[in-house]
Design a protein around this ligand. Structure first.
Ligand SMILES: [Zn+2]
Length: 378
């Protein structure tokens, strides 16, 4: 059998007298014990440092273990080995790192978690200006986390459990009144609990509704109308209406020539579907506006057309848009959105798969903070 590990005998002359609790020099050694501390591998062998670790008489703390410097007081791993484990965990699932290093997965996870806790121990909330706030589901049965992204520095600044008003208020509590009042714009979904928290704690911040969310809500309107029209249609027209969900929701440029012809046929056959389809493209133009007047006019025309259409789901949606108009117009002043958070969502899904089974929400939260593309300092 080939060797898998090696022990390096460490003879420290003289051993340290430094107290691991307070850092003072102790006045005497008390006793010692043999320690085996895992270090970075040498010649591909798992490598252990074997040494005497002393306890010292500290003038303040009494009898304490000495501060080794290269390892945390009670750790069986050197600091550089722990750093290595944490760096691997940034790219690999915990189970793979454990296998690679011949370690227990729980130990690997704890080392990674400790490193992340340290890295994110002192969050920097200074100068928060533009934010993106959204929820992600982390479990089935409507378990949500609220994620706050700093758009200026592209980093996750805060993660909280739930998606209620109180959830977001906890964020504002944490950053304090002064920072909260410095926030200029927040991209968010038309989600009333978040809106209420923002209006209460950062009343000066411009609320900007995310285009993706609004269009996705509108897609539900299109789908409702499609189902209703199908029910109403004469038997001979049903084949044209069947299976058209995709045609109506996809962007026109992504349709094949054949699909495009089917869409044209559908639109000429059914006036209501043609109406909701045309209004979809009109609605998207709202986010191209850079002037408030221009956006307000477009929105007014859109709402009027929708209200006069007689199509119930469309009229209801127009009412909603009218109610939330302020957050649509604010996009002209602060052209921000939740796109970066959406991008992060795929990474979070990977993390969720990796973390699944840990049942450790704190660890999951830390991994999300790590996953956000942080702006590198020059
Ligand atoms: Zn001490």
């Amino acid at each position: 059998m080939s060797e898998t590990h090696t022990d390096l005998l460490l003879n420290r002359m003289p051993p340290s007298l430094r107290c691991s609790r307070c850092g003072q020099l102790g006045f005497d050694h008390y006793d010692r014990s043999r320690q085996r501390i895992r270090d970075l591998s040498v010649f591909e062998l798992h490598t252990y440092l074997v040494m005497d670790k002393w306890r010292v008489h500290c003038p303040t703390c009494g009898v304490r273990v000495e501060d080794l410097g290269f390892a945390a007081p009670y750790s069986r791993y050197t600091r550089r080995f722990e750093d290595f484990v944490a760096r691997l965990c940034e790219h690999l699932p915990v189970a793979n790192v454990a296998e690679l290093l011949g370690m227990d997965w729980k130990t690997v996870k704890e080392i990674d978690k400790r490193a992340l806790q340290q890295a994110f121990a002192n969050p920097d909330y200074s100068g928060l200006r533009l934010l993106s706030i959204d929820e992600i589901s982390y479990k089935k049965h409507h378990k949500y986390l609220t994620i706050v992204l700093d758009l200026d520095r592209t980093r996750v600044v805060w993660v909280g459990k739930g998606r209620r008003q109180a959830t977001l208020e906890a964020f504002f509590d944490e950053i304090g009144v002064e920072v909260a009042h410095g926030i200029e714009g927040i991209a968010v979904d038309m989600w009333d609990p978040y809106i209420a928290a923002i209006k209460d704690r950062a009343p000066q911040a411009a609320i900007v509704f995310d285009k993706f969310h609004v269009i996705s809500n509108y897609s539900k309107v299109i789908d409702k109308v499609r189902v209703e029209e199908f029910k109403k249609a004469e038997a001979e027209d049903k084949p044209v209406l069947r299976g058209t969900r995709y045609l109506l929701l996809k962007n026109q440029e992504n349709l094949s020539p054949e699909q495009f012809c089917r869409l044209e046929e559908l639109r000429s056959l059914n006036q209501n579907l043609n109406m909701v389809y045309v209004l979809k493209d009109d609605l998207k133009r709202l986010w191209d506006c850079t002037e408030r007047d221009e956006a307000a006019l477009l929105l007014a025309q859109w709402t009027q057309a929708a209200e006069e259409s007689g199509i119930q789901p469309l009229m209801k949606f127009a009412k909603t848009l009218h109610h939330y108009a302020y957050g649509l117009l604010n996009h002209c002043d602060y052209p921000i959105n939740n796109g970066r958070l959406e991008g992060l969502n795929n990474k979070i899904k990977v993390i969720k798969r990796r973390c699944y089974g840990f049942h450790d929400l704190d660890y999951f939260t830390l991994k999300i903070k790590q996953a956000a593309p942080r702006a590198r300092s020059p």
